[in-house]
Design a protein around this ligand. Structure first.
Ligand code: CAA
Length: 269
C-alpha cells in the first residue's frame, strides 16, 4: 500500500480505511494535509477492490480539530480564498467518491472537522465526539462548505443557530438533530463502523455505487428530474452481472456472490 505523510490507508475484506494522522495538531487541516488528502481520495476512489471506505482520526482525542488556525492566522484575503477553494474541492471529491463512505468520528470534530465529516455518506460517532462550527468565534465563517452542507443536513434554523453561536454540541445532540446516524461507546466505534461496512459490502458493490449516484445527483434536481434520473440509473443495473447474480440467488434460494465489477467509465460511478 502507498505511504503518505499524514494518512494511513489499509484495505481488508474490500473495506478501505483511511486514518488521518497529525497528532501534534489534533489532525488539523493545514494546506499540506488537505493537499495530500486530495491525492489519498483520488487513490482510494480508483481502487476497484475497495467497496466501502471508512475515514477516522488517529488517537483517542480528535477526529479533526478543524482548519489549521496557526496557518490561517497570517493569511491575506487571496490566500483565504485559495485555502477555502482547496478545502471545498477536496470535500466535494470525498462526497462524490464512487464508493459508499463512513466517517467514524472518534473525538473533536470542530470547524473543518464537522465539515469533513459531513462530506462522507454516513457518520457514526463515538459518545465522546464533539461537533460544532466555531468559526464565527474566530472572526471567520466556515470555509470548507459548512454553510452549505450543514443546513442541507440539519435544516436552516438549526444550522444558523450552530454557526452564528459557534456552540459545540455533544454526540447525542448531533444524533438528535440528524447530523450523525449512530452514537456508540468509544471502544466500539471501529467495530461498529466495520460491521456496517461489511453489511454494505455484502450487497452488490455496483448497485450500491449506483444508488449513491442516484441519491447524490438526484438531490441536486427537482423531484421529477430526479425520478427520470433514477429510472436511467435503474436501467444501468441491468447492464451488470450483479443484477443477474442477485436475482439468480433469490430464485434458486442460493447466496449471491457479487463480483463488484464497476460499470464502464463514463457511467455514474
Ligand atoms: N489548528 C491548529 N492547531 C490546532 C488546532 C487547529 N484547529 N486545534 C488544535 N491545535 C493544536 C493546539 O494549538 C495545540 O498545539 P500546541 O501544543 O503546539 O499548543 C495542540 O493542537 C493540542 O491542542 P490543545 O492544547 O488546544 O488541546 P485541548 O485538549 O486543550 O483542546 C480543542 C482541544 C478543544 C480541540 C482545542 O484544540 C480547540 O479548540 N481547537 C480549535 C478548534 C477550532 O476552532 N476549529 C475550527 C478551526 S477554523 C476552521 O475549521 C475553518 C474552516 O472551515 C476550514
Amino acid at each position: 500500500m502507498k505511504q503518505y505523510e499524514f494518512f494511513r490507508v489499509t484495505l481488508e475484506d474490500h473495506i478501505a480505511t483511511i486514518t488521518i494522522s497529525r497528532p501534534k495538531a489534533l489532525n488539523a487541516l493545514s494546506t499540506a494535509v488537505v493537499t495530500e488528502l486530495e491525492t489519498v481520495i483520488e487513490d482510494v476512489s480508483a481502487m476497484d477492490d475497495a467497496w466501502v471506505v471508512i475515514f477516522t482520526g488517529d488517537g483517542d482525542k480528535a477526529f479533526v480539530a478543524g482548519g489549521d488556525i496557526k496557518e490561517m492566522y497570517t493569511m491575506n484575503p487571496d490566500q483565504g480564498v485559495a485555502y477555502s477553494k482547496l478545502g471545498t474541492r477536496v470535500l466535494y471529491k470525498i462526497e462524490n467518491m464512487p464508493q459508499p463512505t463512513i466517517a467514524a468520528v472518534n473525538g473533536f470534530a470542530l470547524g473543518g472537522g464537522t465539515e469533513i465529516a459531513m462530506a462522507f455518506d454516513i457518520r457514526i460517532a463515538s459518545s465522546k465526539a464533539v461537533f460544532g462550527q466555531p468559526e464565527t468565534g474566530l472572526g471567520i465563517i466556515p470555509g470548507f462548505a459548512g454553510t452549505q452542507r450543514l443546513p442541507r443536513l440539519v435544516g436552516k434554523g438549526m444550522a444558523k443557530m450552530l454557526i452564528y453561536s459557534s456552540m459545540r454540541i455533544k454526540a447525542d445532540e448531533a444524533y438528535r438533530i440528524g447530523l450523525v446516524q449512530k452514537v456508540v461507546p468509544p471502544e466500539d466505534l471501529m467495530d461498529e463502523a466495520r460491521a456496517l461496512a461489511k453489511q454494505i459490502a455484502s450487497c452488490s458493490p455496483n448497485a450500491v455505487r449506483l444508488a449513491k449516484a442516484a441519491i447524490n445527483q438526484g438531490l441536486e434536481m427537482d423531484l421529477w428530474s430526479g425520478n427520470v434520473y433514477e429510472s436511467h440509473v435503474f436501467g444501468l443495473c441491468f447492464t451488470n452481472s450483479d443484477q443477474t447474480e442477485g436475482m439468480r440467488a433469490f430464485v434458486e434460494k442460493d447466496k449471491a456472490v457479487f463480483n463488484g465489477k464497476p460499470l464502464p467509465k463514463g457511467e455514474p460511478q
